[in-house]
Design a binder for this molecule. Structure first.
Ligand code: GLP
Length: 230
């Protein structure tokens, strides 16, 4: 894992945007996995500020809360459409996303898994570490799922700021699995925001443990970790 530390959010956002630009300059049809939350927000806004257009890129949404309608502002869907897909003009037919309102959530995970396998391999996964060390909604526990699955949300995740105004706060979510993330050619991990110190300290120990899902990134040979003190 390559670490770069920033004292300001702007520096981190620019470095993250440079990495995305580099990926799309090499291959304008690159496949990107996108996280939501506060960590990648500055990066997406920097790309929008640069006037970038992702009109040939493939995009996959990392995760989604279960049971919220897609137009609920608390959803990952609404966030990504507002901050990335819309302003960066990513093509609808190349966008893959969990439907948080699917009646059969297990079948929905199987659908996304199938579609993921049929698409070009993921070139860059943009991830944020959760306060409890989660990636997407891969929560700490005694085991981790390699593929797309329905996840029971940890208490810290249920109090994520995105859910502050959610009508009825979700208890579960749909997420790509750890194996899906490790299959990406390159991973960008962003560590920023309040309450990440403990998770970051544990990550820096360099061991791999299911009690810190982000530690599985130590098994990947091309991870860039951009961090910023809160
Ligand atoms: C939530 C989101 C993830 C995000 C994570 C960290 O679980 N669904 O996509 O990566 O939280 O969020 P933040 O960057 O706001 O700490």
């Amino acid at each position: 894992m390559t670490y770069r530390h920033f004292s300001h959010a702007v520096g981190l956002a620019e470095a993250g945007a440079d990495l995305v630009d580099e990926t799309l300059a090499t291959n304008p049809e690159a496949h990107l996995v996108l996280a939501t939350g506060s960590s990648p927000l500055g990066l997406y806004r920097e790309l929008v500020r640069r006037g970038r257009r992702w009109d040939r890129a493939w995009v996959t949404k990392l995760d989604e809360w279960l049971g919220l309608p897609p137009n609920d502002p608390a959803t990952c869907e609404a966030y990504l459409r507002r901050e990335a897909i819309g302003p960066l003009a990513a093509p609808e037919e190349r966008y893959l996303a969990f439907d948080g309102l699917a009646t059969d959530s297990i079948a929905e995970c199987a659908r996304v898994q199938r579609a993921l396998c049929e698409r070009p391999s993921v070139d860059l996964a943009i991830l944020g570490i959760g306060r409890n060390g989660h990636l997407g909604l891969n929560e700490p526990g005694s085991s981790l799922h390699p593929g797309c699955h329905v996840a029971a949300l940890a208490p810290t995740t249920r109090s994520h700021p995105m859910l502050d105004r959610a009508g009825s706060p979700p208890t579960h979510g749909l997420t790509l699995g750890i194996g899906d993330l490790l299959s990406a050619r390159r991973i960008l991990l962003i560590v920023s925001g309040d309450g990440k110190e403990e998770a970051f300290r544990s990550l820096n120990e360099g061991l791999v443990t299911t009690s810190l899902p982000a530690s599985f990134l130590h098994l990947h040979r091309d991870v860039v970790c951009l961090s910023q003190a809160s």
